[in-house]
Design a protein around this ligand. Structure first.
Ligand code: DGY
Length: 324
């Protein structure tokens, strides 16, 4: 008998077909709405594998209900939605989808940086609202990108890909990372500095670090106050890395110039959120990796990870390597 798996969202067809070749598949058929918790609780009790998205909280309580579960395949590179320690304690493998989304996420990072610096959403709205009376010397003026200093917090794959783009814009590239990446410095033209120095010197501070207990609220009031009043903060990693209430205050008090945010502490962002009242904040609905090709690749890789984990000895893209 084939192993059984549960897929928590409607996924691209090619990925679903791959899964069906190996498993008895049940899927939450909705595309836009997450699986209700009670449905997940019911399904997890019998399956051998779980294919989930970053919208599912896979916590210890849920894992306690899953006697047969051997693998959780997350269709994302980030896995802060999964209690890795609890999974490891139960011998459950966790896999993610690194690599395939690097370039698309770096593209979006740069698009958001440029949109925020040059006020593109605001300018577009200005025109549509009939406010464009005449070309005017200082109308909708923003910050320069070419030749500016960018500070990348988190020099992983996506950080490197952003650095390559920044080089094309003749930017000075500073980075801060848990461990210094000497071997990459000459190749990418990047310079390592401590976080405080990065915050003080950068025109653009770009957050690309994973969300962990150590990076929770990494950018709070104290850090925001170190930034230049002309600086722009870009977050495409996870909402909880930046303290949103303190970011709001810094923006209102003009301690920093603007922010471009693709991720939030609470997603979807509530429509009455104070950040939405500020013209100098560009907000996106967590679309860092959202190109058609990349999302299909992520879905397929998550399927392959599940297949490897349940049918072969060495799963690929294993997060909790302590299980090996
Ligand atoms: C991830 O993969 O972690 C992104 O946030 C979504 O692509």
């Amino acid at each position: 008998m084939k192993p059984s798996i549960y897929v928590t969202r409607k996924i691209p067809d090619t990925a679903l077909q791959l899964l069906k070749e190996h498993f008895l598949v049940e899927m939450w058929e909705e595309e836009e709405t997450p699986v209700p918790r009670e449905v997940l609780i019911e399904k997890i009790q019998t399956v051998d594998g779980l294919y989930c998205l970053l919208t599912e909280q896979v916590d210890q309580g849920l894992l306690e209900l899953a006697p047969n579960l051997k693998v959780i395949s997350n269709m994302a590179v980030g896995y802060n939605n999964i209690d890795i320690k609890a999974a490891s304690n139960k011998g459950i493998m966790v896999t993610n989808t690194p690599g395939v989304l690097t370039e698309s996420t770096a593209d979006l990072t740069f698009a958001l940086l440029m949109a925020t610096a040059r006020r593109i959403p605001e300018a577009s709205e200005f025109l549509r609202q009939g406010q464009w009376k005449s070309w005017a010397p200082m109308m909708l003026t923003g910050q320069d990108i070419f030749g500016a200093t960018i500070g990348i917090v988190g020099m992983g794959r996506i950080g490197e890909a952003v650095a390559k783009r920044a080089r094309g814009f003749n930017m000075e590239i500073l980075y801060y990372n848990r461990s210094r990446k000497m071997e990459k410095e000459a190749e990418l033209g990047i310079s390592y500095v401590e976080l405080n120095e990065l915050l003080q010197r950068s025109d653009f501070v770009v957050i690309l670090t994973p969300y962990t207990n150590e990076t929770k609220n990494l950018i709070s009031k104290e850090e925001l106050l170190l930034m230049k009043d002309t600086a722009i903060l870009i977050n495409v990693a996870r909402g909880g890395i930046v303290n949103e209430a303190e970011l709001y205050e810094a923006l209102v008090q003009k301690k920093i110039w603007a922010a471009g945010l693709d991720v939030f502490e609470q997603e979807p962002l509530p429509m009455d959120h104070p950040l939405l009242t500020l013209p100098n904040v560009v907000t996106l609905p967590h679309i860092g990796s959202a190109s058609i090709k990349t999302r299909i690749k992520m879905a397929e890789l998550a399927a392959q990870n599940l297949i490897h984990a349940l049918t072969k000895d060495t799963p690929q893209n294993l997060v909790n390597k302590d299980l090996l």
